[in-house]
Design a protein around this ligand. Structure first.
Ligand code: HEC
Length: 101
């Protein structure tokens, strides 16, 4: 397979330090609302369940991926079969975006 030269990047990039884009965050937010919010709380505001407040989750992308894919302690369900890496990356973008606020 030959790599096609796709140079769609515009000459001027407005926000170079933005590690994630808004589209990812929006998609992550939608997925979160569907799959995660009944345990982790709408908008990540914890509803007082045993699920942790994800706004406090450390800046650890690898741990996030591992937990989401494999679950944790039999209480956090595994999502590896239901969500692909792209969707998990969007979730991470969303969750990271909430932290500084
Ligand atoms: C059935 C309830 C439930 C659902 C649905 C759920 N979680 Fe959790 N989650 C938990 C519980 C409970 C824990 C705490 C597990 C523990 O530490 O024993 C947890 C922990 C976590 C952690 C912290 C793990 C760590 O390493 O400390 C992350 C991140 C997380 N969940 C993300 C998600 C995401 C993203 C979704 C949606 C795809 C989701 N969860 C859906 C119940 C849930």
């Amino acid at each position: 397979m030959t790599a096609s030269a796709q140079t769609t990047t515009p000459a001027a990039t407005p926000q170079q330090d933005a590690g994630v884009d808004q589209a990812q965050i929006d998609q992550g937010k939608a997925t979160f609302a569907q799959k995660c919010s009944h345990c982790h709380g709408f908008n990540m505001v914890n509803a007082g369940t045993i699920a942790p407040d994800l706004r406090r989750f450390p800046d650890d992308r690898e741990r996030f991926f591992t937990t989401v894919k494999l679950g944790k302690n039999g209480r956090m369900p595994p999502w590896g079969d239901l969500l692909n890496d792209d969707q998990i990356a969007c979730l991470w973008a969303y969750i990271s975006s909430r932290k500084d606020r």
